[in-house]
Design a protein around this ligand. Sequence first.
Ligand SMILES: *Cc1c(COP(=O)(O)O)cnc(C)c1O
Length: 240
Amino acid sequence: MQNLTSREKKTQKLKMVSKESINKSLHTIRNKLGDACLIAVTKYSNFEEIKLAYQCGQKDFGENKVQDLISKSEKCNYPDIKWHFIGHLQSNKVKQLLGVPHLVAIHSIDSIKLVKELIKRKKSFKGSSLKLFFQVNTSGEEEKSGFKSREELVEALKLAQQQLLDKTFLFAGLMTIGRIRTEHFEEDAKNCFEKMVDLKNDISTEFGKIKLSMGMSQDYELALKYGSDYIRVGSKIFKG
Ligand SMILES: *Cc1c(COP(=O)(O)O)cnc(C)c1O
């Protein structure tokens, strides 16, 4: 094996999940989706497994590291695949990220600094449109990224409105990660999702239609009940 990233090496060691298992998980989730969009998160999977999911009709995939997205998108370069970037984005990776073919969305805009960098690097994006989600820290966990106050979020959105958004760069909505490493994950996830719905209602008069990106393997059903538009599910699909 040549030129594998450390993450790829790690996934190489894991047992491949079968196509049947991927197909079954995808069906289970799709049955609950309604109008929401399922993003299959590939951070634990190698490109063989991504290929299997694609063969099962999955088109939207999410990755949380720019380097891994670059290598996986090169190997899974299907004409109708859609890549979502969902991880913490460092300013010095913005240019590289914007150059990834079939990139359709960034779910993790978490600072004013990042908005400024996107403004600066706009021209690096060659696709037809890019959806932007602003990440909100609803769990209060320090180690998680995301805007911690409404004021800061609104300031970033206003800056984006003035200098970033156009026919290509679209404001899509808000993203959050529910509190997960907790004994009371249901109660805690509910709190996070409720905060998101409130925030959405609160700022939609000023910023227009707002979609929600929330829900992962553990809490996606709950997120759907709260009206999530994009769920991001990894382990449930790729770990069987
Ligand atoms: C890993 C990850 C997911 C998927 O998590 P699972 O629990 O494996 O479904 C969703 N969103 C983000 C931002 C992630 O980093």
